[in-house]
Design a protein. Structure first.
Length: 191
């Protein structure tokens, strides 16, 4: 599509080399939609071997990536994951409470606790822990009943503030744990 748009632009502007415009259009579309301008530049240079096109590729790819960063929340590479509820941010650090769900830390229902219909606020299993923690803090509660999304009066479990904080601490610790790679295992293997 990018090549076709580039060739179309070349015919509109009566450019001398429509192949160059097609290459720039292809790289700009790739760099913009995937938000990877440098990879698109290297891809186009390796594909054509035309180093003289580097300034034009640089301008087109960086401009298209800048436009998509301003207009789109995510790249097309992470959009499908976001639609499934797994949000990835552009930052390197991700808040564990945005990634984990209530169902990951909830406890089974206890019969002695009040029903969800009597509770002023409930959590749902597919909610992020960040939302549940916000509800806990707003209502100054230590725990929330977890209601079924289909039937808000049916309690399927409970989530405690301490369980949410414990999950946050565990994920934070796991991020700093280094796993040994295949090369380290090879060095330790007996010869």
């Amino acid at each position: 599509m990018g090549s076709a748009l580039g060739a179309l632009a070349a015919s509109v502007f009566h450019a001398a080399d429509p192949g160059l415009w097609a290459m720039i259009g292809m790289a700009a579309l790739m760099g913009g939609t995937m938000q990877i301008p440098l990879t698109a530049i290297v891809f186009a240079l390796e594909l054509t071997g035309d180093v003289a096109a580097l300034p034009a590729l640089l301008i087109a790819c960086v401009a298209s990536a800048a436009v998509t960063v301003l207009l789109m929340r995510r790249s097309i590479l992470t959009e499908k994951l976001a639609r499934r509820g797994r949000h990835l941010t552009r930052e390197y650090g991700i808040n564990p409470l945005q990634v984990l769900r209530v169902e990951d830390v909830m406890e089974p229902p206890v019969p002695s606790r009040p029903a969800a219909a009597a509770a002023p606020v409930v959590a749902y299993p597919d909610e992020p822990l960040e939302t549940a923690m916000r509800k806990l803090l707003e209502h100054e509660a230590e725990g929330l009943p977890v209601a079924s999304p289909d039937d808000p009066g049916h309690v399927v479990g409970y989530v405690q503030r301490s369980a949410i904080l414990a999950a946050w601490v565990q994920v934070t610790r796991d991020e700093h744990t280094r796993e040994e790679g295949w090369l380290g295992r090879l060095r330790k293997a007996p010869r």
